[in-house]
Design a protein around this ligand. Structure first.
Ligand SMILES: Cc1cc2nc3c(=O)[nH]c(=O)nc-3n(C[C@H](O)[C@H](O)[C@H](O)COP(=O)(O)OP(=O)(O)OC[C@H]3O[C@@H](n4cnc5c(N)ncnc54)[C@H](O)[C@@H]3O)c2cc1C
Length: 445
């Protein structure tokens, strides 16, 4: 009995027309019914199959975490990393943590081993460049064309070609079909620089006549990854992943980034050196288990019971500077030596990326504004703007009220000069960094 009821329950959750995020975005309404039906019907079986392939799940009850993984019940489970080398560090996890630490290697490495054992040939360094079809846009699909380090290779399909290239948000022109505001500066997509999500699969499929369905979810306005990355001072700031120097991709990552523990420790300014929102604000919450009061599948009342979160962080960032261009430009975190001490940061390479222009230091605000030059800063930051912004913010700290953006009781002035081995320098020192990261339609956990 359970085997017929439970998939239906899951299917209904994932196609619930009534569910909207607190920003009014319809979460599940546009999901493709046939895909979700297959997903729901095969979910438990897939779980068992993964275990049979050597995947070990952390021994604890499913959680409500993730983003909208379930409304009726918690559904998030975790694969244990075991002794696989982690991509973040290039090393296995601490032996004490291997059975409880959740990481993608614990999913993918056992699958890779099982596939190789079954005789699957995995061609690395082969980029699929086209899907070959008899007489596009019709006829049999024959295989794929690929590029192997400059050498063209055609691979014949015996039964079918399955495209699983990961996504499209790394392709600026492709994502701008859905939202023209998402210009180049949103350059720190979560999968990067490991998987660049360049839309090559989608484009190859469309070139032989495919059309893409269900793209409405691409326009979801979920802002944390675009407005407040998990780390600052580096291009790639995914909140749950820290690239360390031992990582096999660290040469492409360039810097680990600084994690912000308390957004009271800094202000965020746009290209013109002006604040534009409350730095402590968050993104819209997701409709996880228990986030809609008295949730009932398909109920008209769900919308009325959604806990409204009026935060409009992402749209403030994407509004830009009113110069007639798309895109918000880099967002700079401005902070002083006291903030560095409070956060216990070491603002030096390899923690920050000075070379690519994601981090600057100066002894005075005007000097800092003049220094900020990088590929996405399309206009110079007027030094007077930054000075006025910081002076005004410091006056809010004195007065206890952020009169511009309602930050809850601003706590710390930006004033303390940079510390040196010989003591503080005489003039005001600030540091800035660009946080320009690419949002995915649904950011991942
Ligand atoms: C940092 C991070 C943490 C995440 N955490 C979680 C989590 O905790 N739980 C969860 O459920 N999800 C999580 N996700 C999301 C999840 O990892 C992805 O949804 C999932 O990996 C997508 O799988 P995929 O096979 O579709 O694509 P991918 O895993 O992106 O694989 C696509 C592959 O195709 C290759 N490729 C692309 N184009 C070509 C081409 N032209 N030719 C040849 N190869 C190509 C890519 O190099 C890549 O290897 C996370 C994602 C990230 C980035």
């Amino acid at each position: 009995m359970a085997s017929t009821i439970l998939p239906t329950f899951l299917f209904r959750d994932l196609t619930d027309w009534s569910v909207v995020e607190p920003n009014g975005f319809p979460d599940y309404r546009y999901n493709d019914r046939e895909i979700v039906r297959a997903f729901a019907d095969n979910s438990a079986r897939t779980f068992e199959w993964l275990i049979a392939q050597g995947v070990v799940f952390v021994d604890k009850a499913p959680e409500s975490g993730g983003i909208s993984v379930g409304n009726s019940v918690p559904r998030e489970t975790h694969s244990a990393v075991l002794d696989w080398a982690m991509v973040q560090t290039g090393r296995p996890a601490d032996p004490m943590l291997r059975g409880v630490l959740s990481s993608g290697e614990g999913l993918m490495r056992p699958l890779e081993a099982a596939a190789r054992k079954a005789g699957v040939q995995i061609l690395l360094e082969h980029k699929m460049t086209a899907i070959l079809r008899e007489a596009p846009p019709s006829g049999r699909t024959l295989g794929v064309a690929a590029d192997n380090k400059g050498q063209a290779v055609n691979i014949r399909a015996r039964k079918a070609v399955i495209i699983a290239t990961g996504g499209s948000t790394g392709n600026v022109n492709f994502r701008r079909m859905f939202d023209p505001r998402l210009t180049e500066e949103y350059c720190g997509l979560a999968g990067m620089p490991w998987s660049n999500q360049d839309a090559s699969g989608e484009l190859a499929a469309m070139a032989i006549g495919a059309s893409l369905w269900g793209l409405y979810n691409q326009t979801g306005e979920f802002g944390l990854s675009i407005t407040k990355p998990g780390t600052i001072g580096s291009q790639f700031g995914y909140a749950y992943l820290r690239w360390m120097p031992g990582s096999p991709v660290f040469d492409r990552v360039r810097a680990t980034g600084l994690r912000v523990a308390d957004w009271q420790d800094l202000i965020l300014v746009n290209m013109l050196g002006k604040r534009f929102y409350d730095e402590t604000g968050g993104q819209f919450t997701a409709n996880n288990h228990n986030s809609i009061e008295a949730y009932v599948q398909g109920s008209y009342r769900n919308t009325k019971n959604t806990k409204y979160n009026p935060n409009n962080f992402i749209n403030a960032a994407l509004a830009g500077i009113g110069d007639g261009h798309n895109g918000g430009g880099p967002i700079w975190a401005i902070f002083d030596a006291d903030a560095v001490a409070r956060e216990r940061w070491d603002p030096n390479p390899p923690n920050v990326d000075i070379k690519a222009g994601f981090f600057f230091t100066a002894d005075a605000l005007s000097e800092l504004a003049k220094k900020i030059k990088m590929q996405y800063q399309r206009v110079p930051m007027p030094p007077g703007n930054l000075e006025q912004t910081v002076a005004r913010y410091n006056s809010f700290v004195d007065g206890g009220v952020d009169q511009d953006f309602g930050k809850p009781r601003p706590l710390h002035k930006i004033a303390k000069p940079r510390s040196t081995p010989h003591g503080p320098r005489p003039s005001s020192t600030t540091r800035a960094q660009a946080c320009a990261s690419t949002p995915s339609a649904r950011s991942s956990t």
